[in-house]
Design a protein. Structure first.
Length: 530
């Protein structure tokens, strides 16, 4: 039964409001109860026929006035007084009913109070019990406040406990009781929040609280605020930047690109002019073809469609002239050993690229022919290995499963062990999406690479995505993965008919299985076939 609500006013929202309403209604009920003592009929008599009683009372009051007028002439004496005394209980009954109807109570409660006089006594007792419970709750709440020292505005969006909405308090305390294990985590969170506020993040945290945002986005927001504030400070301090606009920036960028291309072209001409000034050994230019050397030999074979001289013989007889004409040579370590005789040609600089894939014994010949050596490579890449040779299909399945990959030392590792510190290239510009390099950047390079932001950062068709397949690898193949790959390929063909598609498999057997499934797809799917 609702003891505090009514149809004529809103429900109490705070403990103070509830206490005031309850006290006012208890006083009204006590007054009504005092009037009950004057009733002259049984306490159990129902008052549902109040309308009839009211009509009867009006008739009696009319008769009473008539008796008062004519009573003296008729000399009724004690009979008139007795009749008047019998009207008092009826009047008290009517006043009680009017009092009940005048109190802002729900209609059901009013009917319940009019059914039996004893119900008012019961209601009074319940009111006293409720008042005591509320007082006890307020005492416990004060004790809780003293121990917890709560911020009531944060806890219940209220100035203090007495003004907090009851439904908010209930929700807060129920959640607290159901999540006792999270109390320490919450305390740690509050400590971290205080520490962040002391570091100057209070405005950011306040903005997150007011907008009810997820705190897990605070690092990104703080970073944004920092760089935005730094940019604004730089703009305020530099008049030229304040006057800078996007249109002027685009013009400057376009102009810079034009000048850069022009500069590169001029550098080429300057380099060509410088090289043209080099002295080219003339060599022997008379006699038989086998006697010609240096520039004379180069000029002799330059016009031939198919020169009859081997490259090793050419570099032995005309190597210095070729080097003067073309001072930059690009050769593999095996080509150096194959075409250049030891001790004949030397270079000012030997630059070894992708050195993580070159064995020291293969690089030794090229190093011996240089005055200075620069070794370039990535120690985080795979060293020289025969792994892919083993998986090329030349090895039996049983041997493939049992084969152990023996990693070998590269010339890069040998150089890194002797020359320290190395110099690292930090700019990564090849990936069109940051996720293509983010894993390697974090796991291998300690987030040391500078990656340019992608204009397609949120685009669903860019970046790396994981498709988890519950496949099983055995005998060199994984059928579940192969079928998943073909399904993705079919979807790509339907969605991007004008784009190319590359599929990489771990070995030739897996690649052959994918080819077979692709053939089956093309036989049944016209789009894939096209």
């Amino acid at each position: 039964m609702n003891l505090v609500s009514s149809t004529s006013e809103p429900n109490a929202k705070t403990l103070d409001q509830l206490s005031e309403q309850l006290a006012a209604r208890i006083v009204a009920h006590e007054n009504a109860l005092a009037s009950i003592s004057k009733l002259g009929f049984a306490d159990s008599r129902p008052l549902s026929d109040l309308t009839d009683l009211f009509e009867l009372l009006k008739q009696i009051e009319a008769q009473k006035r008539f008796l008062q007028v004519v009573g003296a002439d008729l000399d009724l004496g004690t009979d008139a007084a007795r009749i008047a005394d019998q009207l008092e209980p009826l009047e008290a009954t009517l006043k009680y009913a009017q009092l009940i109807l005048g109190v802002p109570l729900p209609q059901q409660m009013q009917q319940w109070l009019l059914e039996a006089v004893g119900n008012l006594d019961l209601l009074q007792k319940l009111g006293h019990v409720l008042s005591g419970e509320i007082s006890h709750f307020l005492q416990q709440l004060q004790r809780f406040d003293a121990v917890a020292d709560l911020d009531w505005r944060a806890w219940a969006n209220s100035v203090d406990a007495s003004l907090a909405q009851l439904d908010v308090l209930k929700d807060r305390f129920v959640r607290a009781l159901e999540n006792k294990g999270a109390l320490q985590d919450y305390i740690n969170f509050l400590m971290a929040e205080d520490a962040a506020s002391n570091l100057g993040l209070s405005p950011v945290l306040s903005a997150f609280k007011e907008s009810n945002q997820d705190y897990r986005k605070v690092p990104a927001a703080a970073e944004f605020v920092f760089y935005r504030s730094a940019a604004e400070e730089i703009l305020r301090a530099n008049p030229k930047l304040r006057k800078h606009s996007g249109a002027s920036h685009d013009q400057l960028r376009t102009r810079y690109q034009e000048l850069d291309k022009e500069f590169i072209a001029l550098r080429r001409r300057l380099l060509a002019e410088k090289l043209a000034g080099y002295s080219v050994p003339e060599g022997i230019h008379q006699g038989r073809a086998s006697d010609l050397t240096e520039l004379a030999l180069v000029q002799r074979i330059a016009g031939q469609t198919r020169p009859r001289i081997a490259l090793r013989d050419l570099f032995r007889r005309a190597g210095r002239a070729v080097k003067a004409l073309k001072p930059c040579w690009m050769m593999s370590p095996m080509s150096v050993a194959q075409f250049l005789e030891p001790g004949y040609l030397h270079f000012d600089l030997v630059l070894m690229d992708e050195a993580s894939q070159i064995r020291p014994e293969e690089a030794l010949g090229a190093i011996a022919r240089g005055v200075q050596v620069v070794v370039v490579g990535d120690q985080m890449q795979l060293p020289p290995t025969s792994f892919f040779q083993k998986l090329s299909g030349e090895t039996d399945a049983d041997e493939e499963d049992d084969a152990e990959d023996v990693q070998q030392v590269s010339v890069l590792e040998a150089a890194a062990a002797r020359f320290y510190p190395p110099r690292m290239l930090k700019w990564h510009y090849r990936s069109e999406h940051g996720s293509l390099i983010s894993f390697s950047n974090h796991e291998f390079y300690g987030d040391g690479l500078t990656v340019f932001p992608s204009p397609h950062h949120e685009h669903a068709e860019y970046g790396v995505k994981l498709v988890q397949v519950d496949g099983v690898y055995g005998s060199g193949i994984n059928e579940a993965e192969a079928r998943s790959v073909v399904q993705e390929a079919a979807k790509f063909m339907r969605d991007h008919m004008n784009h190319s598609l590359g599929i990489v498999a771990v070995n030739s057997k897996q690649a052959e299985l994918i080819r077979e499934l692709i053939d089956e797809l093309c036989a049944s799917d016209p789009v894939a076939e096209a």
